[in-house]
Write a protein that binds this ligand. Structure first.
Ligand SMILES: Nc1nc2c(ncn2[C@@H]2O[C@H](COP(=O)(O)OP(=O)(O)OP(=O)(O)O)[C@@H](O)[C@H]2O)c(=O)[nH]1
Ligand SMILES: [Mg+2]
Length: 341
């Protein structure tokens, strides 16, 4: 399964500083020797793998990156200061390709690893370097070397943190389209989603994201191949948690039973698929709360809570409860990450 997050940007390393052409000036010495220093190196374009990032979203609105140029050389053989490197953090697993040649430049596979992708130009040599026995007063100095500009393609294979789970029509695809930029197909009939897809959710005010996988709906008997079967559960096998949607829509009660009953049926299918997946932490969401009265919501909520199951309530139609849901999911991801594995 390939879910690729990608961004393209144009990067320029810094030009090297020019070498200086200068001479010593001393009283009573008519012609001092050459003392122009070398220019400083231009800044590199450097990418560094950072395990705190899990998408390339932070670079979406960064079409250009540029490193600083090196400073020119000075008198007294002073070398110019080097231009500052431009260091760009990316998630572990990011690959960087040169768009012009299609060549893979590097893959950052380990946290903290740095790759110099475009080298800054060399500093030019100052005239002091050109002094020879025959030419004791050269005026020649080199200009700094040019930096390099290249269009880079950054790609990352995304892994979902959160898998969406629910009966068909529970509102999984609608939810992901409300909380991320993903636009999966939504329709009022079961089995609208046939292929899994991913959405990246930004946690408001926390400068972080998590990735949610939308998968087809499951129904009872999935283990025996009813509906679309349960093979696609492999797409959420590596998710840290499952976001289990239970629709409050009364129509579903008639088809598949009351909310708590549907919840149990679905977990039964999960258990039949792999008990390990059934042990995964779940965040339970009562969806489509706009379709029922507050009393009904309270009753369903109470039924779950009697079993010790905390539920969240939301509507993708009105937006109520979605922000709270995002924070709750982010907190469970953190708790799962802290657990020794
Ligand atoms: N009133 C209301 N309708 C909703 C809400 N969320 C989704 N729907 C509707 O419910 C229907 C099914 O939504 P989907 O998002 O396609 O459901 P799904 O769980 O992805 O369904 P499958 O892909 O078939 O498994 C669509 O007609 C949606 O417009 C909600 O919060 N309130
Ligand atoms: Mg769907």
């Amino acid at each position: 399964m390939r879910f690729i997050d990608e961004v393209r940007l144009t990067a320029s390393s810094g030009d090297g500083g020019d070498g200086a052409s200068l001479f010593r000036k001393e009283k009573f010495v008519p012609r001092g020797g050459p003392n122009g220093g070398d220019g400083g190196r231009g800044g590199h374009i450097v990418f560094v793998a950072d395990r705190n990032l899990n998408t390339l979203h932070h670079l979406r609105f960064t079409p250009f990156v540029k490193a600083k140029r090196g400073n020119p050389g000075g008198g007294n053989n002073r070398t110019g200061r080097g231009g500052e490197d431009k260091v760009i953090p990316v998630p572990v697993g990011t690959t960087i390709t040169d768009v012009a040649t299609g060549e893979l430049i590097t893959e950052l596979t380990e946290d903290g690893v740095e790759a110099v992708v475009l080298e800054g130009g060399d500093g030019g040599r100052g005239n002091a370097r050109f002094k020879t026995s025959r030419n004791r007063a050269p005026v020649k100095a080199e200009p700094g070397g040019s930096g390099i500009t290249a269009e880079l393609q950054l790609e990352l294979k995304l892994l979902a943190d959160v898998g969406l789970l629910g009966f068909p029509n529970a509102g999984k695809s609608t939810l992901i389209s409300r909380i991320s930029a993903a636009k999966p197909k939504v329709a009022a009939y079961p089995f609208t989603t046939l292929e899994p897809s991913l959405g990246v959710v930004e946690v408001p005010g926390q400068y972080r994201t998590f990735v949610v996988a939308d998968i087809p709906g499951l129904i009872e008997g999935a283990a025996e191949g009813v509906g679309l079967g349960h093979r696609f559960l492999r797409h959420v096998e590596r998710c840290r948690l499952l976001l289990h949607l239970v629709s409050l829509d009364a129509m579903e009660d008639e088809v598949h039973g009351a909310p708590l009953e549907r919840f149990d049926k679905l977990n039964g299918e999960l258990e039949r698929y792999a008990s390990e997946l059934a042990q995964r932490p779940q965040v339970v969401l009562l969806s489509k709360c706009d379709l029922v009265s507050d009393d009904t919501v309270a009753q369903v909520q109470a039924a779950f809570e009697q079993r010790g199951i905390t539920v969240h309530v939301a509507s993708s139609a009105t937006g109520v409860g979605l922000t709270e849901l995002i924070y709750a999911v982010a907190a469970v991801i953190d708790a799962a990450a802290d657990e020794p594995s």
